[in-house]
Ligand binder design. Structure first.
Ligand SMILES: [Zn+2]
Length: 356
């Protein structure tokens, strides 16, 4: 009898060994099951992309976390350094790909919106091109090395170096009910208390423009999250402020939601759904004086701020197009015609499918 039990145990161990996760390769990084490894995706000198692959020991999905698409957005970049130490590969179901800083040229040259080489917004050139400009090559590397290998994607942003922002997520709807529902659940699970419903993203995978939309147009649930801004970071090594914690806790909630870690799921919070939004843009070039703060409620037609010429003469008054909340507002003076001054979001009814 004892022998039979041993034999049964041996027989069961063979398929278990066959289920062992294989190594996950991203760029120059190869992480065996149960290991976390860091390295780079090669793009160009001073533009290689730093990544960590945390490969679990159990079957599960591959979750990609992308920080630093905009190089002056520091909260996500710092949050991923903390998460690298706080996600253990042992016991993890599936794998996590951390893109620590997608846009190294923008990070090190301290540019907002645009890459320093080609003056292109990396988050408008996806899926990129292998022989295009530097931003297009970075986008192509992320598409082929990260997005195509992932099952789920979270693109982590914050207000850029000039943007004062209250935290929110984008839930992009593609018109595919199953995919949209999975993405909606990601947005709710992440836990930022405002979610912008976004129906404006292109549906063509060859012209996906945005990082998270590149995942969505390839059938993968994806969200964009925003927490932090104006280049503000806390004092000290690997410390966290409210903005960083909002991102870090959100990722931990996603790991629970996708059952990649074995912690008990916490009940979802009830977010405020932003059903209508508008980016108010400047119609003049000069200096911007804001009249509202982030998270402030505004009425229709309320003054958002004023643009003057370089001598102080008033050129343009920006006004709220409808009643809503200031999701972000430009907090520094320089402004060029056509650039955003603020984003206004109007709360409304939760989408079909409930509030969680
Ligand atoms: Zn951004």
């Amino acid at each position: 009898m004892w022998n039979r039990i041993v034999l049964t145990a041996l027989a069961l161990s063979a398929p278990a060994a066959a289920q062992q996760r294989s190594a996950l390769v991203v760029g120059s990084v190869s992480a065996a099951a149960g290991k976390a490894e860091s390295g780079f995706i090669k793009v160009a000198p001073d533009a290689d992309i730093p990544v960590t692959v945390i490969n679990g020991t159990r079957p599960g999905p591959i979750l990609a976390l992308v920080a630093g698409i905009h190089g002056y957005e520091y909260s996500p970049i710092l949050a991923l350094q903390r998460l690298r130490d706080n996600i253990a590969p042992q016991g993890l179901a599936g794998a996590v790909i951390l893109v620590h800083a997608a846009n190294v040229p923008s990070l090190l040259r301290r540019t907002i919106y645009y890459g320093p080489e080609d003056r292109k917004n990396l988050n408008r050139v996806f899926p990129g091109s292998p022989d295009g400009t530097l931003s297009e090559r970075i986008a192509h590397a992320l598409t082929t090395q990260v997005i195509e290998k992932a099952d789920y994607l979270i693109d982590l942003h914050c207000g850029d170096g000039n943007e004062s922002l209250r935290p929110y997520s984008y839930w992009m709807r593609t018109g595919k009910p199953d995919l949209d529902e999975k993405s909606r659940r990601l947005a709710v699970a992440f836990g930022l208390d405002h979610i912008v419903i976004d129906d404006e993203r292109p549906r063509d995978p060859a012209k996906s423009m945005y990082c998270s939309n590149t995942a969505a147009t390839r059938g993968k649930p994806a969200i964009t999250v925003e927490s932090g801004g104006v280049g503000v970071v806390p004092l000290g090594l690997h410390t966290a402020d409210e903005a960083i914690l909002g991102l870090e806790n959100g990722v931990q909630r996603i790991l629970r939601h996708l059952e990649m870690i074995a912690a008990a799921r916490r009940p979802d919070t009830r977010p405020t759904w932003i059903v209508r939004n508008a980016v108010v843009r400047s119609e003049a070039t000069g200096l911007f004086y804001a009249e509202v703060r982030k998270d402030q409620s505004v009425g229709p037609g309320q003054l958002i701020g004023t643009v003057t010429d370089f001598f102080g003469k008033k050129l343009f008054e920006a006004r709220a197009p409808f009643a809503g909340k200031v999701l972000y507002v430009i907090a520094t003076p320089p402004i060029s015609s056509g650039e955003p001054l603020a984003m206004i979001g109007a709360p409304g009814e939760p989408p079909a499918g409930g509030n969680n």
